[in-house]
Design a protein around this ligand. Structure first.
Ligand code: CA
Length: 236
């Protein structure tokens, strides 16, 4: 039996490099290796493109408008979690630690052999494909959390939650259909040192209800179990 060869690219890769010759060499190489490669020349463009669907980013450290490390930090602070490989300037190795600490997945010093870059990309892709992927969306009835970006939607509308409110809601949604006790909920949000005063929890629950319930006095999502905790019913 002859299997038709897939025409789907292995992955979409964004190449951020202002030296056009280098960018072209890298893109040709990636295309030949079966990847779909797009190149941009500045940090600002990179940040616009990273927010679209790229599986991996190859990021030169020296860009005309900002450092590649700045692009890396800003992308990570926006919760873009694609793997990123930093390309350093010629003969400088000192940025390596900084890059890795700032969330780069790998680091290559110029000059590098094109094969080396492809080998690093393959290694990163294998690591990702083999590790279990955490869920990126959590949906319970009309509540939806975009976990990567920490955004909540209620009946399709985005709602602005504080980090604490988000953490409480996420914990209740992960356990939807089961009661989460005051203690479990507090521990998951505030850690071990929460004490046993649940007043702050109650205040936050009350604010959450105002934001997500149609009538916050008659909640259908966050239900109180007196003296025990709260739960979100799977069905109304
Ligand atoms: Ca450059």
């Amino acid at each position: 039996m002859v299997m038709a060869e897939s025409t789907e690219p292995l992955a979409r890769i964004l190449v951020v490099e202002d030296e056009l010759d280098t960018a072209e060499v890298i893109c040709d190489l990636l295309t030949n290796a079966g990847y779909e490669a797009t190149s941009v020349e500045s940090g600002e463009e990179a940040l616009q493109y990273i927010s679209r669907n790229y599986d991996l980013v190859v990021l030169d450290i020296k860009l005309p408008d900002m450092s590649g490390l700045e692009v890396l930090r800003r992308a990570r602070s926006e919760s873009y979690d694609q793997p990123m490989i930093i390309l350093s300037g010629y003969g400088t190795g000192s940025d390596r630690v900084v890059a890795l600490e700032d969330g780069a997945d790998d680091y290559l010093s110029k000059p590098f052999s094109p094969e080396e870059l492809v080998a690093r990309i393959r290694a990163i892709r294998r690591r990702i494909e083999w590790s279990p992927r955490p869920p990126t969306r959590l949906v319970v009835r009309q509540l939806e959390l975009d976990i990567a970006r920490r955004i909540a939607f209620v009946r399709g509308q985005r709602v602005n939650l504080t980090p604490i409110e988000y953490a409480i809601l996420a914990q209740l949604m992960r356990n939807a259909g089961h009661v989460v006790t005051h203690e479990e909920l507090s521990r998951s949000v505030w850690g071990e040192n929460f004490g046993s005063d649940y007043r702050i929890l109650r205040v936050n629950i009350s604010r959450l209800r105002q934001k997500i319930e149609e009538k916050d006095r008659e909640p259908t999502y966050i239900i109180t179990v007196p003296n025990v905790g709260y739960y979100i019913p799977l069905a109304r």
